[in-house]
Design a protein around this ligand. Structure first.
Ligand code: G4P
Length: 529
């Protein structure tokens, strides 16, 4: 039995974070490099295995295989120094889905990974918006410094100008992108040089030189790095932990994940600076103390990860207390008991049984067909229910119909299931009737997953007809429904959670309607919850 103090100590050792980035910025490479440093994986490449490296890419769907991407999101856990690090995977495909966002409800911080040549890219920006909205502190790692890219100062300016985030460099590159000689460590002013490793397969050896030695060694590049840093410090770039935790500023590092350069520094930063788990607020706004009895919330449900067994895994983040495998917990939504005999950690195809977990950890509950995204699980007293997970502004819409009308019952059952799992949002209206619901998605790949599952799990092939809408707002006053329905390029549909969504072909169609009806109350739909 772990005591209350024991739980607090264990929670204090946890750092749970996700990497937010645009595809190709190097997230898989960085994940491998972090794992390598912590030595959970013997040679880099065992997590995602791109480019012919040894891989454990999950193949839970044919779809996923055909596209060569990983839709699965789960957590990789490893120890580093005296901490336990939980790295939650965000699916990185350009076809964004809500899963990616939901992972951010289960982390305490995020690492924003930028490609040195590209800076802020669209997907990074979307994910950053969610972090900001949820108050998640962000660390920044500028990757691929071994290749020609943009100037470090220019990248800093971009953060300030485009997202109002003050960079606070903790290392600064010596030598421009492509001529990387090492970094200036802001903490002690020393020059850190890295030994190149063959293909990044081993941890890059580091050598520290004093400032005087660095100047002799790196000459102009060293002097310039110092001057640039001074410039930045004058414009508010000095490190301030409070501003980081408040989400106003971001500690920044430069490196090259593929060469394992800068990766150790990132791990150290996570240990020293990244927030540890804090009491989560319940649905009434009361904090659930970390040392209260066990509680967790489900942030992702994945079906069919292991095709041989067609199982369903629910991923839950522990919020308080100790999880012990085999314990019987209560699902706060249904009030029903759930036995946790089969708790696992799942990452890619690797699974290992979890016996004990603490606040900040992620558990994968197998055979979890009774669990839904957003469910709260708890044991003991008092009972607790955390707020439901946010739903995100959809940008893609399609009408779903069974291709075989005799399968209408299976179709309805399947649609209910997918809607409650959050695979797609399900919208209906009196005008359209129940027989042809509208699927709404953040990314179009959600449609493919929904269609695949309806066909294979519910034996109900469907036809999806895309609708032209691209913009959605919440209709605040149901009495104004007819104003939107009367527009030629707009319509109101009701989501299963009761929210009325006003849909428009584009922003212009919305503005035209608003010009005709200035009283129309439309609200943004970004990351509610
Ligand atoms: P992702 O998960 O964010 O999509 O990116 P991933 O790690 O797959 O990296 C995308 C490409 O960028 C890969 O090259 C990878 O090797 C490369 N890369 C990652 N980090 C660095 C870095 O620090 N420096 C340089 N120069 N390249 C980096 P690829 O050609 O697509 O695949 P591969 O055959 O090299 O694996």
């Amino acid at each position: 039995m772990t005591t209350g103090d024991g739980v607090l100590a264990e929670a204090g050792r946890r750092r749970s974070f996700a990497v937010i980035s645009h595809p190709d910025a190097g997230k898989s490479t960085l994940t491998e490099a972090l794992a390598l440093h912590a030595r959970v994986i013997s040679d880099a490449g065992a997590v995602h295995g791109k480019g012919g490296r040894r891989g454990v890419v999950s193949d839970w769907l044919e779809l996923e295989k055909a596209r060569g991407i990983s839709i699965t999101s789960a957590a990789l856990q490893f120890s580093y120094r005296d901490t336990v690090i939980n790295l939650l995977d965000t699916p990185g495909h350009a076809d964004f889905s809500e899963d990616t966002y939901r992972v951010l409800s289960a982390v305490d911080s995020a690492v924003m990974l930028l490609d040195a040549a590209k800076g802020l890219e669209p997907q990074t920006l979307k994910l950053f918006d969610v972090c900001r909205h949820r108050g998640i502190p962000v660390l920044t790692f500028v990757n691929k410094w071994d290749r020609p890219g943009r100037e470090a100062l220019e990248l800093c300016d971009e953060l300030v100008e485009r997202i109002g985030l003050q960079p606070m460099p903790l290392t600064w590159p010596v030598g421009e992108a492509g001529h990387f000689r090492g970094v200036l460590d802001v903490a002690d002013g020393s020059f850190v040089r890295y030994q190149r490793t063959a293909g990044g397969a081993t941890v890059a050896a580091e050598e520290r030189l004093s400032s005087a030695a660095a100047e002799a060694e790196a000459g102009e590049d060293w002097v310039r790095a110092g001057e640039e840093l001074e410039l930045l410090a004058e414009s508010g770039g000095e490190f301030d932990a409070q501003r980081f935790l408040a989400g106003e500023a971001t500690p920044m590092l430069f490196g090259a994940a593929v060469l394992n350069v800068g990766v150790r520094h990132l791990l150290d930063l996570l240990v020293e600076l990244a927030p540890r788990p804090t009491p989560r607020l319940d649905a009434d706004g009361e904090p659930r103390p970390l040392d209260a009895d066990f509680s967790a919330f489900v942030f992702k449900v994945q079906t069919g990860m292991d095709r041989a067994h067609r199982d369903q895994v629910a991923f839950a983040r522990v919020c308080s207390g100790v999880f012990e495998r085999g314990m019987v917990v209560t699902n706060a939504t249904t009030k029903r008991p759930f036995a946790t005999k089969y708790a696992q950690q799942v990452f890619g195809q690797q699974r290992s049984t979890v016996d004990t977990a603490y606040p900040g950890d992620v558990i994968g509950l197998v055979n979890a067909s009774a669990l839904r995204v957003g469910d709260t699980l708890y044991a003991g007293k008092p009972a607790v229910r955390f707020p439901g997970l946010p739903s995100f502004a959809p940008a893609h819409f399609a009408v779903a119909r069974p291709t075989d009308l005799s399968r209408a019952k299976q179709f309805r059952k399947g649609v209910d299931q997918l809607g409650s799992e959050g695979v797609v949002q399900v919208l209906t209206s009196d005008l359209r009737g129940d027989a042809a619901p509208v699927f709404a998605a953040v990314g179009p790949m959600q449609f493919e997953v929904a269609a695949h599952r309806l066909e294979h799990e519910f034996s109900c092939p469907v036809r999806l007809d895309r609708l032209p809408y691209t913009a959605a707002r919440r209709l605040a006053d149901p009495a104004q429904r007819s104003l939107v329905d009367s527009g030629r390029r707009s319509e109101v549909l009701t989501r299963t959670d009761g929210v009325d969504l006003a849909l428009f072909d584009d922003e212009m169609a919305m503005r035209i309607l608003l010009r005709h009806h200035p009283d129309l109350a439309l609200e943004p739909l970004v990351a509610e919850g």
